[in-house]
Ligand binder design. Sequence first.
Ligand code: HEC
Ligand code: HEC
Ligand code: HEC
Ligand code: HEC
Ligand code: HEC
Ligand code: HEC
Ligand code: HEC
Length: 296
Amino acid sequence: MKLLVPLMFAVSLRAGPYATAEVCKQCHPVEYAAQSASGHARALRPPAATEPEQWAFGAGNQAVTFVSQLNATDYLEHGETWYTATKRFDTTPGHADTRGLRYRLFDPSAGILRCFSCHSTGPLQVDGSGTIQPHELGVRCEDCHGPGAEHAANPTKVSLKKPGEQGGAAMNTACGACHRVQSSAEDGSNLLDPWNSRHQPLLLAASVCFQKSAGKLMCTTCHSPHQALEVRQETYNKACLGCHAAPKHSASVTGRPCAACHMPSVRTNANLAFVNHRIAVYSDGDALSPVTLAKH
Ligand code: HEC
Ligand code: HEC
Ligand code: HEC
Ligand code: HEC
Ligand code: HEC
Ligand code: HEC
Ligand code: HEC
């Protein structure tokens, strides 16, 4: 017996029949080729022969965490994660020790199903023995464009969602379905908590650039939605200069990328770091508290 798992938080993205990226490839080979090489596409993979664990979460750009099915009702998130920057196994983020965390498959918070939901595409199925079967591994086309089988069959009659069409706030919500947004004004997300540095929509929305640019600043101002993370800093400098043609500095800043000072890297633990998406002026040694500029 197969059971379709309804996940409350993903409902808006997950109605209607899904195809797969292989279907989209026929007509959109350029997007397909680029997207297949991105961290998104590699965010979840089944076990390799050399790794007895069942599932590997994370493309390995930052880290890989393993998840095993224990029996028909229980899953284990392993207590040791592979960290790419430090090239070692260490305690999994959020775990108190290396023993691992046990999840009930159908507990009310749907903890383990939520891992799969954010790291795969389309509806999840659970078979009679409690095995989770993602429709498609990784973050692929229809996670952002919505279910596409009808469009694929009839592209000129059925059009798909374009996450960038409605401006920066709408894109924060779309990408924030996985990268997180503040769930409400009262949820009190502490922007100075280093853990939140991984929640880019939350921080971007708090920056002056975002608040004063009337919806023009969005994730895709700096990131191509289909490509692997760009590491050449010129790309980001160009994005800043698109709005700040001649920034005023009291000392020379030439030779250093804009983001190095205005989007400093934040350590969330000994092995992980994220760029602070709350664009601002920071002082050396504090990558989280913006320095307030005098009005001029
Ligand atoms: C369905 C969930 C989901 C959605 C929607 C989503 N992302 Fe992601 N994103 C992920 C996951 C999971 C990763 C981690 C990949 C990994 O394992 O390193 C990621 C990684 C990334 C990366 C790093 C990629 C790399 O190659 O290292 C960027 C940049 C990014 N996302 C931007 C975006 C933007 C921009 C949007 C909206 C247009 C978006 N994401 C929407 C889940 C999502
Ligand atoms: C709400 C969506 C969401 C859920 C639920 C979720 N992830 Fe992720 N995960 C992401 C996003 C987005 C990233 C990319 C973070 C970044 O690079 O900013 C990510 C990144 C990762 C990474 C790469 C290393 C890192 O920390 O960035 C691993 C490993 C990972 N997730 C494992 C898991 C596991 C295991 C679970 C379940 C216990 C889980 N994730 C649940 C969205 C999610
Ligand atoms: C048989 C060819 C074909 C297939 C298969 C196909 N598309 Fe398209 N797609 C098109 C054409 C043609 C257009 C331009 C439609 C127009 O301008 O009226 C388009 C447009 C789009 C657009 C722009 C928005 C829109 O709807 O106009 C997106 C996004 C898109 N496709 C994504 C996808 C995704 C995701 C898949 C896989 C689920 C897919 N396409 C499968 C032919 C196809
Ligand atoms: C992380 C989210 C994300 C993923 C995954 C993704 N796209 Fe897109 N795609 C976007 C965004 C954002 C745009 C820019 C258009 C807009 O929203 O304004 C876009 C644009 C497009 C367009 C062009 C529409 C136009 O206006 O010219 C096509 C075609 C397309 N995507 C197809 C695909 C296909 C095929 C895949 C899978 C191989 C895919 N996308 C995966 C977010 C995504
Ligand atoms: C879409 C346009 C846009 C982009 C792209 C953009 N900004 Fe801004 N930024 C603004 C606006 C608008 C303001 C407010 C200006 C004002 O009030 O005088 C601002 C303000 C700032 C400030 C002053 C912050 C403060 O605390 O007052 C800094 C620093 C800054 N931007 C740096 C950057 C850097 C660095 C980048 C690239 C990583 C960038 N911006 C990208 C529009 C943008
Ligand atoms: C003003 C430019 C800018 C905007 C807008 C922007 N980013 Fe980034 N982002 C960067 C820079 C710079 C990096 C670091 C790249 C590097 O050098 O590795 C980065 C890195 C990332 C990463 C990799 C993990 C990390 O945090 O270091 C993810 C994931 C990401 N961005 C997602 C997003 C999402 C989602 C949005 C929209 C909410 C967004 N970004 C908007 C400039 C931007
Ligand atoms: C070496 C660190 C550093 C680098 C690199 C840097 N900035 Fe700044 N920026 C600062 C500091 C510090 C301030 C506060 C004003 C001052 O003391 O110069 C500032 C102020 C600003 C302001 C606000 C000034 C105003 O008139 O409102 C903007 C906008 C800005 N920078 C944009 C950029 C852009 C775009 C780049 C890349 C081309 C860049 N910065 C590179 C450190 C830096």
